[in-house]
Design a protein around this ligand. Structure first.
Ligand code: SAH
Length: 365
């Protein structure tokens, strides 16, 4: 086992401390930061602005590691999914969704998830742990690797936006997520603007305030139901933080009118939450909040206890929301053929684990 510490995921102060520990002055940390996060360099030997002695010391004590790519798939619609193997052999997925004028990377914050939302495949995965900051930033970095965007071109970038909407609840791993996003937003490095980063939460109310005060990124809230009775059932976190508390936190979230709307995500489940009455209740609930409502057609997975609402029901729902003055785009499912769509992340990683186990057994035998 390599005991050398990974530099990816360290914030500026920690990198400075690591550099000082090797007997180098503070400005070296800044040079190193540039190599790591603006240039994406993975080989100390090529860091030509650093002295040979410093490079040797770095090689002796540190590595520059991304999560390992265990499996890579590309959908017919251009969506890509990476299954990433972490140091402890657990796995997460990251998904890239290309669009005409931008490209969004969907980043995971945990291995699995503890929330057990009834419609989400990730919630059925047993193994759960928080990702470290380096494992979160590493997902962004390996997408940049894949697109050769070091340094990032000014025009036509394939990676422009980040959504913390992969596996896990980011606000149950706040410290590591916050650290990773600060690294991602650093103007001398990955330089992603806070306007292009969206953090999605199932509604961990006390942490929403910290996101607003400390990070200022765009907020998405997985609402999915308009009564506590239903939301308790399909998003069990609601028992702890009911709808009224959640919406109060949304009202308090620092927004600038239309430029900074909150996104409410709403998964369309047939016969469960898809009626016009639900739509009317929804616009009443969010009245006064600068918002947009993202309607997500339910993505099925093996054994899922729901069906997707019909196109007509979704359209009817969208019309009510739109008439109330809220944009209500229906999210086109992307990457369904590779199980990369919302709520489908898990299967591939578990299958891959099973395959690894079989291979290991075969090896042992
Ligand atoms: N835990 C965070 C981050 C996950 S984001 C959150 O809940 O917001 C993933 C989004 O996809 C959430 O809005 C989630 O509710 C939604 N989702 C989960 N399963 C889905 C499915 N099967 N079909 C469509 N959307 C789903």
């Amino acid at each position: 086992m390599d005991s050398r510490a990974n530099l990816i995921g360290l914030d500026r102060d920690e990198l400075k401390a690591a550099v000082a520990a090797l007997g180098e002055p503070g400005f070296r940390a800044r040079q190193l930061w540039h190599w790591l996060y603006a240039r994406g360099e993975t080989d100390f030997a090529r860091m030509t602005t650093l002295s040979k002695g410093f490079r040797a010391a770095l090689v002796a004590h540190h590595v520059i590691a991304r999560p390992a790519i265990a499996h890579h798939q590309k959908s017919a619609d251009g969506t890509q999914k990476w299954l990433l193997r972490l140091g402890d052999a657990s796995a997460v997925e990251a998904v890239h969704i290309p669009e005409e004028d931008r490209g969004t990377l969907c980043v995971s914050s945990q291995v699995g998830c503890t929330l057990t939302c009834r419609f989400c495949h990730t919630g059925t995965q047993r193994l759960v742990r928080n990702l470290e900051a380096g494992e979160i930033v590493g997902q962004i970095m390996l997408a940049r690797d894949a697109f050769g965007e070091w340094p990032a071109p000014a025009e036509g970038r394939k990676l422009t936006n980040i959504v913390m909407m992969g596996m896990g609840e980011p606000l149950y791993n706040y410290d590591n997520v916050a650290k990773a996003l600060r690294v991602a937003m650093d103007p001398e490095g990955l330089a992603l603007s806070k306007r292009k980063i969206t953090l999605s939460t199932a509604g961990v109310v006390p942490m929403i305030r910290r996101v607003g005060a400390e990070l200022g990124v765009m907020l998405a809230v997985s609402l999915h139901a308009v009564t506590d009775e239903l939301r308790d059932r399909i998003v069990p976190l609601n028992k702890k933080y009911p709808i009224a508390d959640l919406l109060r936190a949304c009202r308090d979230y620092p927004t600038l009118r239309n430029a900074r709307r909150i996104t409410f995500e709403y998964v369309m489940l047939k016969g469960v939450n898809d009626s016009p009455a639900d739509a009317r209740a929804l616009v009443k609930l969010i009245a006064g909040i600068p918002a947009k409502v993202n309607l997500i057609p339910f993505n099925a997975w093996p054994g899922a206890p729901f069906e997707c609402a019909s196109d007509e029901a979704i359209e009817r729902f969208a019309k009510v929301v739109m008439a109330a003055g809220y944009p209500s785009p229906v999210r086109t499912p992307r990457g369904r053929d590779i199980l990369a769509a919302c709520g489908q992340l898990k299967s591939a990683s578990e299958k891959a684990r099973a395959k690894d186990r079989l291979a290991a057994q075969a090896g042992a035998a």
